[in-house]
Design a protein around this ligand. Structure first.
Ligand SMILES: [Zn+2]
Length: 103
């Protein structure tokens, strides 16, 4: 087996077992959960409903949470910077935790 490090943890195609790319999954998440087509066999995969919630819990929710707590400091840069940083962190992790199913 080829060593793929952390990116080896990403989901693979249900049909041919080809790994999906991190960017492909991230694009799908930000593009309103657009279906992913396997690069190798073309099988269409749709996100599981529970994974939609996972994505929201990792990105949108922490962003508002951080924004809410930083807002009283009246430092716009800090508030937006903090919220943006949390959003980026969640976006980085999300592709590892979401699940797609062949449709
Ligand atoms: Zn495939």
């Amino acid at each position: 087996m080829r060593r793929e490090g952390i990116f080896g943890m990403l989901q693979r195609c249900d049909k041919c077992n080809a790994p999906f790319s991190w960017t492909e999954i991230l694009k799908s998440l930000w593009w309103n959960y657009r279906p992913i087509h396997c690069e190798k066999c073309g099988a269409e995969h749709k996100i599981k409903f529970s994974s939609r919630l996972t994505f929201v819990l990792l990105t949108i929710l922490p962003m508002f949470f951080v924004g809410y707590f930083l807002a009283p400091l009246h430092n716009i840069m800090l508030t937006f910077g903090g919220a943006f940083f949390v959003l980026l962190t969640g976006s980085f992790i999300a592709p590892f935790l979401v699940t797609y199913r062949e449709y």
